[in-house]
Each structure stands twice: as structure tokens, then as C-alpha cells.
Design a protein around this ligand. Structure first.
Ligand code: DTR
Ligand code: ZN
Ligand code: ZN
Length: 514
């Protein structure tokens, strides 16, 4: 398999510390051209990278072989999670990191590799229950990264309605202490509400939605003042809000058997040795999945596309440096990419000409989606990157849609740091419309990826046509800027661009934070 020369499932087994007996036959490296042995010859003797040439090295079967290996790695978590997963802290995720690092190391000295460790948080809720009055609220949802109730046991008290939206200390009446706070969603993050409730002495908190639907999000980075916190639909909360506003008493019992672990994890960064180090094109995908499944599309499709392109790029020389990133902790709220972007010294920030995010490139019921970044709302250059994608799909007589640039994936930290960014995707839980069925085929009325964040996000969940095509587009984006930034806006003062023209949405990664 191109790019897998000498890399076999047996090697994978060895590096992941599992018996190869359970794995399929080793992959041979013989039947693919071009074999990525470019790493072995000096860059100066290589052809300058060219979009068509790099796109020409992309093969669906090489991508599929990597997906099959990734699924085998996800199965390393079965003992602990009873299912394949690559969630941070799992054997499946550490196996993913080893796989990526091993594959990059096999490319010799074409890249400078680095691991960026950072503290991440992983939350588990074993059991939970919320009882209001004499009713069990079955749709009450534990917030992500919620702490347990005291001693992981049920706590009882009065339900106390907090004023406004519970974003200020003054919103919490003294009655909250020793009782359970009922807080309206909005204005500030769930984590702030939980922290305020804890500081007011609440035993637990319930955040109720301003809409009828249920609400579940994350408290974000743990705080010692966080308390066990549920999300509740506006419909479920309404009768209790009414009672409390009428001065009636409502008893409550909250039970949250939960644990939040701090884990050390790593981003992996690979930068071409060759190429102008002051003018880097950067691209990323995330190496982790949710705990519910193996994440072969989300985001194996993006992170493996990057690995395949990084492998094939070694056949070429580059004028500008190319920096690949595999982010950890995206699913917990963009932890790795935010950590990276927020810790960039300004001088290093200015060397990144743009960041391209590749997260879900192979959804089974795909649409070709381009993030609708604009230079008015985002760092200048974001719109030009958007137009590169639009031009490529158009040149290939393909339809595309523009989707919200709403902070739901790893570009968010970069645009907040003033770095132009963008990317493409093929869709998640949102349902395909009739019009999109006409544009892309597939089926209207079902999600772009019906296995989004589920155990069925496995190799069978990949649309190979979309994946191979999008990987060629990723290759085009890499080759274009690795060759030249001509016509692409220069970085202005990072601090200016950090004026943060982008309004913070309710999402941080796939998690609702408010
Ligand atoms: N890939 C998703 C996050 C994500 C990025 N863009 C969108 C758009 C619509 C839904 C989800 C997303 C994930 O990592 O869960
Ligand atoms: Zn993702
Ligand atoms: Zn996800």
C-alpha cells in the first residue's frame, strides 16, 4: 500500500503491544506505485511539489488499508470500554498516537517530529438520576466533565430557583446553600453556572433549557467549585419553575456517580525540514474519538488523510514549510488545538500563514461542505482559503455547500489567535435535505453521518468516493501553499487580528458550552 511500505499489521501489533495473531495478514508494500520511498533521497534532488502530481499519489485503497489498521487499534480498548474506541486516555488512543508517530518516523528525516504534552480531562458518568417532587426526570442529562454528588451518593434538598441566568454571584439566594439550584440556560457557560452554584453552597445544579428540547453540554475544564450538574429540557422544567415562582416547595434528589480524570496526552506535530520556516502552511485533524465508538470517520478520515499526504509528500521538495498536526482531545472541547494555538509565542504565531482543518472527510451520506469563512469576520486569508476549496470543487464540476464557521472543530483556536483558517467536512448529525440529495446523491431525511459519535462509526461507515476525492483536495491545498503563497494575504499584526472578529458561538468543538 502506498505509504505503508514496510509497515505491516505485524509492525502495528508490535508497536501497540498486542499479538499479531488477532490481526489480518500483513499488508504487502509491493503492489502500489508510487511507493513513498521519497524520504530516502535528498530533497534537493526531488521535483518541486505540484498539485496534480501530489493528487496523483492519492489512492483509495491505501486510505482504506489505513482505516482498517485504525479500527484494529480502536479494538485495543475493548477490555476497558467493552467496545472499540479511541477516546483520550484509552489504549485505542495511545495506540493511535503510536501508529501515527511510527509511520512518520518511518519517513526518515524529511520531517522534524515533536510531541506536545498537555493536561486533558476525561469524564465518566457511571449512574445518574434526578427526582423532582415525586417524579423521576428520565431525560435529565449529566453535563460533560460533571463531578459526582457528595461521596457519589444521592443528595436531597429543596429545589431553589436562581435569579436571571445564574451568571452572577448575586443571582444565588442564600436558600441555595445545602439545596439544589435550578438555573436558566443562557448568557454564560454551563461551567460558570455550576461554579457559581457550588460557591453558593448548592449540593447539585440543574440547568434548564430556554427551549423545549433537552440540553446537554460540558462544564469544560474542571473547577474545584463545580457541583454535579444536569441539563434539563425547558418542557420538563416548566411545571417546577411555575411552582417555585408561585412560592410552592419542591423537594429534589440528585444522584451523580461520576469521575473526572486528568490525563496527560499529546498533540503530534510534523514539520518538513525543507521549506521556508517563516512561512508555514499548517493543517490538522484530530487523533481521538468519542468514548462511544472507534471514530473511523470522525476523525480517522481526516487524520489518516493527513498521514497519507505526509507520506506521499516525501516524494517532492517544497518551497514553504508544511506543518501537520494530529490534535488530541478534540472531542472533549478542542483541548489539543486550543492548547497549541494559545501557547504559540507571537513570533511563532506569525510564521503560520494559515491553518486548514480536516475533520470528517468521508461521511456515508456526504455533502461536500466548505466552512464559510470570510475576511470580514475572520482573520484575513480565511476567505481566500475558502475560495480555494470552492474553486476546486467547481473545477471538478462538483456541487458544494457553505457551512457555518462556528467553532465546532480545531480551527477555532487558530482564528482566535489571529491566524487565517478554514477547512472542509462532509457532515455529521444534521439531516440531508432534499436539495442536498439532488446535489450529492445519498438520501434526504437522514443524517450525513448516521453513525456520528456511535459505535458504528467503523470502516463500513466510510464513503470511499468522498474520502478519496476530499483527500485529493487536501493534497491540492497542501501542494498549492507548499509551492507558493503568491496572491495569498500576508499576515498582519497578530495582535490586531486577535481583535477577535469572530463571535464566540455556543460550541467548543462538538460540545455545547453554553
Ligand atoms: N467533527 C465533529 C465536530 C464538527 C466539526 N464541524 C461540524 C459541523 C457540524 C457538526 C459537528 C461538527 C466532531 O469532532 O464531533
Ligand atoms: Zn471530529
Ligand atoms: Zn466527534
Amino acid at each position: 500500500m502506498a505509504g505503508l511500505k514496510g509497515f505491516s499489521l505485524h509492525a502495528l501489533a508490535a508497536l501497540c503491544g498486542v499479538s499479531a495473531l488477532g490481526l489480518q495478514k500483513p499488508l504487502s508494500g509491493s503492489e502500489q506505485l508510487p511507493i513513498a520511498d521519497g524520504a530516502s533521497s535528498p530533497s534537493s534532488k526531488k521535483q518541486l511539489v505540484d498539485s496534480d502530481a501530489l493528487q496523483g499519489t492519492i489512492r483509495g485503497d491505501a486510505l482504506l488499508a489505513r482505516a482498517e489498521e485504525l479500527y484494529e487499534i480502536a479494538k485495543l480498548s475493548e477490555d476497558e470500554y467493552n467496545r472499540p474506541t479511541r477516546v483520550i486516555g484509552s489504549a485505542g488512543h495511545s495506540g493511535t498516537l503510536k501508529y501515527i508517530h511510527y509511520a512518520l518516523t518511518a519517513l526518515g528525516d524529511y520531517y522534524t517530529l515533536s510531541k506536545q504534552p498537555f493536561p486533558a480531562f476525561s469524564g465518566t458518568v457511571r449512574q445518574h438520576q434526578l427526582v423532582l417532587g415525586d417524579k423521576v426526570l428520565f431525560d435529565a442529562q449529566p453535563m460533560g466533565l460533571t463531578p459526582p454528588t457528595r461521596d457519589n451518593e444521592p443528595v436531597n434538598g429543596d429545589l431553589v430557583l436562581v435569579a436571571n441566568e445564574g451568571c452572577e454571584a448575586s443571582d444565588y439566594p442564600s436558600e441555595v446553600s445545602g439545596n439544589i439550584a435550578l438555573i436558566l440556560r443562557g448568557t454564560c457557560p454551563f461551567g460558570t453556572k455550576s461554579e457559581r452554584a457550588g460557591r453558593a453552597g448548592a449540593l447539585a445544579a440543574v440547568v434548564y433549557n430556554y427551549e423545549n428540547e433537552s440540553v446537554s453540554g460540558t462544564l469544560g475544564a474542571p473547577s474545584p467549585d463545580h457541583v454535579a450538574t444536569f441539563g434539563l429540557s425547558g418542557g420538563d422544567a416548566a411545571p417546577y419553575v411555575k411552582k417555585l415562582k408561585n412560592g410552592e416547595k419542591v423537594e429534589a434528589t440528585a444522584f451523580m456517580d461520576a469521575e473526572v480524570k486528568t490525563i496527560r496526552t499529546n498533540n503530534i506535530i510534523a514539520q518538513t525540514v525543507q521549506g521556508d520556516p517563516d512561512n508555514c502552511v499548517m493543517l490538522g485533524g484530530h487523533s481521538d474519538s468519542v468514548s462511544e465508538g472507534p471514530g473511523v470517520n470522525d476523525d480517522g478520515s481526516g487524520s489518516l488523510a493527513l498521514l497519507e499526504i505526509a507520506t506521499q509528500l516525501t516524494n517532492f521538495s517544497v518551497n514553504n514549510c508544511v506543518r501537520f498536526a494530529w490534535w488530541s482531545g478534540e472531542e472533549e472541547g478542542l483541548l489539543g488545538s486550543n492548547y497549541y494555538a494559545e501557547n504559540l509565542p507571537e513570533e511563532e504565531n506569525m510564521k503560520i500563514r494559515l491553518f486548514m482543518d480536516y475533520d470528517m472527510l468521508a461521511s456515508p451520506n456526504f455533502a461536500y461542505q466548505v466552512y464559510n469563512a470570510t475576511d470580514d469576520a475572520n482573520p484575513v486569508g480565511s476567505e481566500e482559503l475558502r475560495d480555494l476549496y470552492i474553486d476546486w470543487y467547481t473545477a471538478h464540476d462538483l456541487n458544494y455547500t457553505l457551512i457555518e464557521f462556528d467553532g465546532r472543530s480545531d480551527y477555532d483556536g487558530f482564528i482566535r489567535a489571529g491566524i487565517p483558517a478554514g477547512g472542509i467536512a462532509t457532515g455529521a448529525e444534521v439531516k440531508k435535505t432534499e436539495e442536498e440529495e439532488d446535489m450529492f446523491g445519498g438520501r434526504a431525511g437522514i443524517p450525513f453521518d448516521p453513525c456520528y459519535h456511535q459505535s458504528c462509526d467503523d470502516v463500513g461507515n466510510l464513503n470511499m468516493t468522498a474520502w478519496e476525492l476530499n483527500t485529493k483536495l487536501v493534497a491540492h491545498s497542501v501542494a498549492t501553499f507548499a509551492k507558493s503563497f503568491e496572491g495569498f494575504p500576508n499576515r498582519t499584526d497578530a495582535l490586531d487580528a486577535k481583535a477577535n472578529k469572530t463571535k464566540k458561538g455556543p460550541y467548543q468543538g462538538p460540545k455545547l458550552i453554553m
